[in-house]
Design a protein around this ligand. Structure first.
Ligand SMILES: Cc1cc2nc3c(=O)[nH]c(=O)nc-3n(C[C@H](O)[C@H](O)[C@H](O)COP(=O)(O)OP(=O)(O)OC[C@H]3O[C@@H](n4cnc5c(N)ncnc54)[C@H](O)[C@@H]3O)c2cc1C
Length: 414
């Protein structure tokens, strides 16, 4: 295992960093004013995307990008340091067409779509001409157990008729979202893991209704607004089925590994920013005769954040490396490890940063409260901590010795 970044990765990281410093960061205040402030589209996004694409900084999170697809193919490990840079601003991934949930959806389409489906749905996503969403979670069932998903998908001739309700669907409330990948039940009597299928549902199909836009801890997701969606007798062609009937879990799992690790990579970049914010703020304020950064407590918080962050980064790199080497089947444990470790770290570091900033830390003047909410969200979204911890526990091996005969313990006197 070698975690030195390859020359290629370093070159792309430096290129992305320079682009970020020159083109993206200087527009952040304008983005805040237009998008976060007024709910408008960023006036510069199209132009920025064109520039990024021309520089090859496009579709970077797709290790299986085909030669005829636009963008630069990077391995997961090569992508990790680039995703970190993007993670410093919530909207930056969109500039490079690297935003969730579109990238995981692209990966699902790359793996499971027919050539016709790819031409109709994947190609426009790769070109950033449309947006997408993935609909699994439902209000009426505990969706952390995906086998509970109850939306009905009944075959009727060469169509499926879909009825159900989905909520907390990231991106579904985006005005450009043109399709959902919906998970539903096609064989209610089948084996628990073969009951479900995934199907592409165009948003403009009669019976698809955006019920409401949802916020999370008071925060709006401006990049991929979250929606609740009602599906009432929605008829879509059977040709929209993604993968075979009964393969719903397979399709979902293919996209979940990358979805989780990409969130973690970006969150690590966000933690770097939080450390910088703590350093600068605490060195600029004085209380009780000293600059705040001179207090042991503050130094300890910053140092502890650094310790946690470096551990998390190595774990993320190992996870990325495993995904590259062995594919998502063999990286499953690493994905769960990182999925638990990083959101908890982000929450802790954001909490400390908020404390260092005092009242300002919870205001809209800083991104800290959003970082805190984001860390909290990631402990639930894409599977709650408890489910991942259960998986991790299940992969622990029971030692072959007992307490009475353990070679590691002293012998008890007879
Ligand atoms: C902002 C946001 C965006 C989201 N985006 C999407 C999206 O784009 N698409 C989508 O389909 N979903 C999305 N989700 C939904 C998310 O994936 C689900 O909320 C998550 O899977 C949990 O499902 P649930 O809410 O039904 O909770 P439940 O399944 O009801 O679980 C509630 C709690 O039960 C406990 N629990 C569950 N299982 C176990 C266990 N095995 N052991 C111990 N405790 C357990 C946990 O504490 C868990 O948090 C999003 C959620 C949020 C908050």
């Amino acid at each position: 295992m070698d975690f030195e970044l390859s020359e290629r990765s370093e070159a792309w990281r430096d290129k992305l960093q320079a682009f970020f410093d020159r083109e993206v960061l200087p527009r952040h205040r304008s983005w805040l004013e237009h998008v976060a402030g007024k709910g408008e589209t960023a006036p510069f996004m199209g132009e920025l995307q064109q520039k990024a694409r021309a520089a090859g900084l496009w579709n970077l999170g797709l290790p299986e990008l085909a030669d005829n697809e636009p963008g630069t193919r990077l391995s997961n490990l090569e992508y990790a340091p680039l995703a970190e840079i993007m993670g410093r601003l919530f909207w930056a991934p969109e500039v490079f067409n690297c935003q969730a949930p579109d990238v995981p959806n692209m990966i699902a389409l790359q793996n499971s779509a027919t050539p016709e489906q790819k031409a109709r749905w994947l190609q426009p996503l790769l070109e950033a001409k449309t947006r997408s969403a993935f609909g699994m979670t439902e209000p009426d069932v505990a969706s952390s157990d995906a086998t509970n998903v109850a939306t009905r998908m009944v075959r009727d001739g060469d169509e499926y008729v879909i009825t159900g309700r989905k909520w907390f669907i990231t991106g579904a409330a985006h005005p450009q979202c043109s399709f959902l990948i919906v998970m539903g039940v096609t064989d209610a009597d089948g084996d628990r893991t073969r009951r479900h299928s995934c199907i592409i549902v165009p948003m403009d199909t009669p019976g698809v209704r955006l019920v409401r836009r949802l916020r999370w801890m008071g925060c709006e997701d401006h990049v991929a607004p979250i929606g609740e969606i009602a599906l009432d007798n929605v008829r879509v062609p059977a040709a929209n089925l993604l993968g075979a009937e009964g393969e719903g879990f397979k399709v979902a799992q293919i996209r979940l590994g990358p979805a989780r690790i990409h969130h973690c990579m970006r969150s690590i970049g966000l933690c770097e920013l939080l450390i910088e914010l703590m350093m600068v703020r605490s060195s600029e304020r004085s209380a009780f005769g000293r600059t705040v950064i001179e207090y042991d407590t503050i130094q300890r918080w910053i140092a502890e954040a650094r310790v946690e962050l470096e551990q998390a980064r190595l774990l993320a790199y190992r996870c990325a490396w495993r995904l590259d080497q062995a594919g998502h089947h063999d990286a499953w444990r690493d994905v769960s490890l990182i999925k638990v470790a990083v959101p908890a770290m982000l929450q802790r570091i954001a909490d400390r940063a908020m404390q260092v900033f005092g009242a300002m830390g919870g205001s809209d003047d800083t991104p800290i409260h959003q970082a805190l909410a984001w860390g909290r969200l990631l402990r639930i979204g894409d599977g709650p901590d408890e489910v991942h911890l259960r998986q991790i526990f299940r992969m622990e091996r029971m030692p072959t010795w007992s307490i009475a005969n353990s070679p590691y313990l002293s012998a008890r006197p007879s």
